[in-house]
Design a protein around this ligand. Structure first.
Ligand SMILES: Nc1nc2c(c(=O)[nH]1)N(C=O)[C@@H](CNc1ccc(C(=O)N[C@@H](CCC(=O)O)C(=O)O)cc1)CN2
Ligand SMILES: Nc1nc2c(ncn2[C@@H]2O[C@H](COP(=O)(O)OP(=O)(O)OP(=O)(O)O)[C@@H](O)[C@H]2O)c(=O)[nH]1
Ligand SMILES: [Mg+2]
Length: 521
């Protein structure tokens, strides 16, 4: 690998607190660079009287001293001499008590001895510049640290192992071979032995394109697992959307009240559904309103609906499903819709067993544009218990054979089953999270596979650019464009692939990557 290195920069010895701020059992100050050992020897007083120098990669017990020679902390110190270290340079780690104040003092002592503060991602940048990691691995380090959940951590770990980089380098090599063959054909047109036939050229290019497409599919497929799936809680005012958000979150995050229109602006919280990160968004209830603020809230709700991976349409079990909810269900479509009927605690006696309750005509299958099932006049409806809303009792007896509810709507029932829940008592919440998890994984095209090579956004972008170039190239070959004009496209495609692993990485690409890191990484 060769990179534009700033030699001035790399002469510096950098230092940073490597552990997160706050109280911790242990906190680490890390140094990397030519002076790491000298600084370590100056500020560390080993407990063992026999100590003369750091034994490579061995922990030494002792005291950390400040610039005046007074002890700041009792600590463990380790020197990992380059090139067998994380950065490839001499690395010194001081494992201190995990107190922000102590760590700050220790860091100050390293600075007093000539170290300078590390920039974001500078340790990993040095590891990259010294060939310890390729760029796709360096990015995986940051992604692993930021992984919202274990599926995301797993995808990052696979990339950290370097497998994506290997695949991309292999693809680039194949393109380089094609390019070499092209050049031979151009330089020695009479030499028939080495001349690459257009069919072979084309099939070579197409094979690479197919592999790049496969990697891009994996990028799309794993998006929800890497970034979190967006689930939007929507529905009529007062249905209990905010209550449901709180119930799913396990704490009282959103304001709940019986005043319709309580939630005026959306709010987002993250939850984990068995390894799948979910961004849960509560929205303003949909209703006709003249209030300017609420109107804006409703407008934002609609915007959010478009970005949702799944819409949780929350219905109030104590109310008839209003036409707006019905319209919303149609608008969103069965693919992205999950209906829940809230407030089932209002129902006097919900049948225990699925299939019990009132027999209903089977609703039309989801997705069909068929009209809603008309309901009977209601002569056979059960009496309601005093004090409970009539509709609550009625709504909640409409069970399908799997325990689903088919909410009544004006002139019929909704063509989709609703999951019965109570945000108040927690009934049905577990079943809801299980269904959510399953639906989201299905929508994503299944769980990430073990060892799946999923490129990140930057890498996918570079792959798309490479693919565009190769597509144009394939058309050119088919159109019998002379070989000497094709080489440029191949070169561009190779460059785009090279940016993924960093063999070709202009300074601005590197800056963009390492600026996303935290200090101390
Ligand atoms: N204390 C501590 N824990 C840490 C790190 C660290 O820097 N310090 N890491 C930082 O991200 C991660 C581990 N990654 C590392 C990767 C390579 C080497 C390293 O020194 N490799 C050498 C030597 C291997 C050996 O001992 O034989 C090499 O590969 O040649 C160290 C850490 C997570 N845990
Ligand atoms: N009985 C019962 N009441 C509930 C349940 N969930 C919510 N409520 C009540 O319904 C009312 C509305 O709840 P919210 O969570 O504020 O409803 P919302 O859909 O967020 O309402 P807006 O933000 O106004 O659109 C409150 O009085 C809640 O206490 C439930 O499961 N059972
Ligand atoms: Mg609300």
């Amino acid at each position: 690998m060769h990179h534009d290195t700033d030699t001035q920069d790399i002469q510096d010895t950098i230092a940073a607190i490597a552990t997160p701020p706050g109280q911790g059992g242990v906190g680490i100050v890390r140094l990397s660079g030519p002076d790491a050992k000298r600084i370590g020897l100056a500020m560390f007083r080993a407990t063992s009287p026999a100590f003369r120098d750091f034994t490579p990669r061995m922990l030494h017990h002792g005291a950390i001293l400040d610039a005046q020679g007074s002890p700041i902390d009792e600590a463990l110190a380790v020197l990992m001499p380059g090139p067998r270290s994380y950065t490839g340079e001499d690395v010194l780690e001081l494992h201190c008590h995990g107190s922000s104040a102590v760590l700050r003092e220790v860091l100050d002592a390293t600075l007093a001895l000539g170290a300078r503060l590390a920039e974001r991602g500078e340790f990993t940048r040095r590891a990259f510049l010294n060939g310890r990691l390729d760029l796709s691995q360096a990015e995986a380090v940051a992604e692993l640290i930021a992984a919202p959940d274990r599926a995301a951590a797993h995808l990052a770990r696979t990339r950290l192992a370097g497998l994506l980089g290997e695949r991309v380098r292999a693809l680039r090599t194949r393109l380089e071979h094609l390019r070499a063959a092209l050049c031979v054909a151009v330089d020695f047109p009479e030499d028939e032995v080495d001349c690459l036939a257009p069919e072979d050229f084309l099939s070579g290019v197409r094979a690479v394109m197919a592999e790049v497409r496969g990697l891009l599919t994996s990028h799309e497929r794993t998006r929800a697992f890497r970034e979190g799936a967006v689930v939007v809680l929507a529905g009529p005012v007062n249905a209990g959307k905010s209550s449901l958000l709180n119930a799913l979150l396990g704490r009282e995050r959103a304001i709940v009240s019986d005043t319709p229109g309580t939630t005026r602006d959306w709010l987002e919280e993250s939850i984990s559904l068995d390894g799948l990160p979910v961004r849960l968004v509560d929205t303003a209830g949909l209703r006709e309103t003249a209030d300017a603020v609420e109107l804006e809230g409703v407008r934002r709700s609609r915007e959010l609906l478009e970005r949702a991976d799944l819409v949780l349409l929350v219905l109030d079990g104590g109310q008839p499903a209003d036409p707006a909810a019905l319209a919303l269900a149609h608008e969103v479509g069965p693919q992205r819709l999950l209906l829940v009927m809230n407030k089932i605690d209002l129902a006097p006696e919900l049948p225990d067993e699925p299939g019990e309750g009132i027999a209903l005509p089977r609703p039309h299958p989801p997705g069909g544009d068929a009209p809603l099932d008309p309901r009977s006049s209601g002569a056979d409806r059960p009496e309601c218990v005093e004090g409970r809303p009539v509709l609550a009792a009625e709504n909640m007896k409409m069970r399908g054979d799997r325990g689903e509810l088919f909410p009544p709507a004006a002139g019929g029932i909704l063509p989709l089953p609703a999951l019965p829940v109570s945000a108040r008592t927690g009934a049905g919440i577990e079943a809801l999270t299980a269904t959510l998890r399953r639906r989201l994984a299905e929508a994503a095209g299944g769980e990430p596979q073990a060892g799946e090579l999923a490129p990140n956004v930057r890498q996918a972008q570079a792959m798309r650019q490479a693919l565009d170039e190769l597509e144009a190239l394939a058309l050119d070959i088919e159109a019998a464009v002379p070989y000497d004009l094709l080489s440029v496209r191949l070169e561009t495609a190779c460059m785009r692939l090279g940016e993924i692993t960093g063999e070709i990485a202009p300074q601005d690409v590197l800056n963009a990557v390492f600026d996303t890191f935290c200090i101390g990484k």
